[in-house]
Design a protein around this ligand. Sequence first.
Ligand SMILES: Nc1nc2c(ncn2[C@@H]2O[C@H](COP(=O)(O)OP(=O)(O)OP(=O)(O)O)[C@@H](O)[C@H]2O)c(=O)[nH]1
Ligand SMILES: [Mg+2]
Length: 438
Amino acid sequence: MADFPTEQKTVTRAFLVGVQAPGMAPGEGAELLGELNELVETLNLTITRSTLVTLRDREQPKYLIGSGKAAELMAQAKAEGADVIVIDEELSPAQQRNWEEDSGLAVIDRQEVILEIFADRAQTREAVLQVALARMEYSLPRLTRAWTHLSRQRGKGSMGGEGETQLENDRRIVRDRIAHLKSEIAQVISQRATQRRKRQRTPIPGMAIVGYTNAGKSSLLNKLTGATVLAADKLFATLDPTTRQFELPDGRTLLATDTVGFIRRLPHRLVEAFKATLEEVVVADFIVHVLDIANPNVAHHFATTMEVLGELGAADKPTITVFNKVDAADAKTLSLIRAQHPETLFLSVHTGQGMDKLLARCEELAVDDNESVELLIPHNRYDVVAKLHGAGQVRKQESMAEGVRITGRFPRKMAAVFSPFILLVPAKAAKRAQKVKA
Ligand SMILES: Nc1nc2c(ncn2[C@@H]2O[C@H](COP(=O)(O)OP(=O)(O)OP(=O)(O)O)[C@@H](O)[C@H]2O)c(=O)[nH]1
Ligand SMILES: [Mg+2]
């Protein structure tokens, strides 16, 4: 934790241990270890070695893996000049302490790596608070460990004094901070709810872009809306949701929200932490699930995202599944997936291939209750003009001799208010109405 009294020591060289545990699919441990490599590189650490251990039995209380193997790995890590051992399975606080005491190195697990990346990335007040809370909760049962956390400082085991009393004090301080963070977060969340209510007063249909980290979600948002959200070839480039509006080919407006990426074994407390920001997914009218077809683990990515959507209660939302990065995929994978999923969309945000199909699907799913109309309201009916502004989307307003001419989209339930003044229903909307009927 940032302000605990600690001796500064930078951790730079990481020794990675992957685990193929009983019950995992063949090759899954190796795949996850590959991903751990990327995660650790995202933290700018040098990887001295990455090695896979096969676990025959889950019951290895001291180090998670057998003692002989653990000793061998510790010696190897030290010989290679590593200063941190990263283990790809969740370690209990006691196991982590055993590793650290016996190796004299910092020892962290996948959860802590992800927490560190989130801490590096968090920008808005809400994300900073959520990540701080997740880290505090992670460290509460681990206060006696030798390394406070990977902000790469070596702790003295506790915050100064000796023994149980000091440990109790430390725990109390951390619990107080947790309570404080929670109340700050509650405030931010209520502000966000107010903003959303304001937005919902003009009911524009919305879609949420979701998917595994690095799939191309932010790139898609930028392409659709001309936004300039950071899109980068690194994991968890985005933590905060960004909402922008754009115009569909049929002239209607749609809101698109970019969201935090998912990953296998996302620490559960982070899913909890980001549930608030992921509410955007729950309130969206439909979901665009983006997958990176050039990634060999795309099937796992699909499953992970579906799992998180399930947790959010959004698994049944209408969803458009798109395989992005077709420009980078090999022909064999493409034809295989095309055969397995004839109904999915293939896309390249980079080349623009498939964008027209995606937009057409968005038009189908963005069935809103709004009607696009042109109205002429007499000058003595400014009450109607005010209502239209309050509850609809006024696009154009012109004052003419015979009244106020307004073009816009208004909730159908307000038809009684505006229908006496309809001049015309724009051609595009009429065409769409025909299409819906047909
Ligand atoms: N080849 C290729 N690369 C793409 C395409 N779309 C996005 N990318 C690249 O993929 C990387 C990740 O893109 P982002 O848009 O940041 O991905 P994201 O899903 O928002 O990632 P997180 O925010 O980390 O969850 C970037 O380097 C993009 O340039 C595509 O169609 N083709
Ligand atoms: Mg992103």
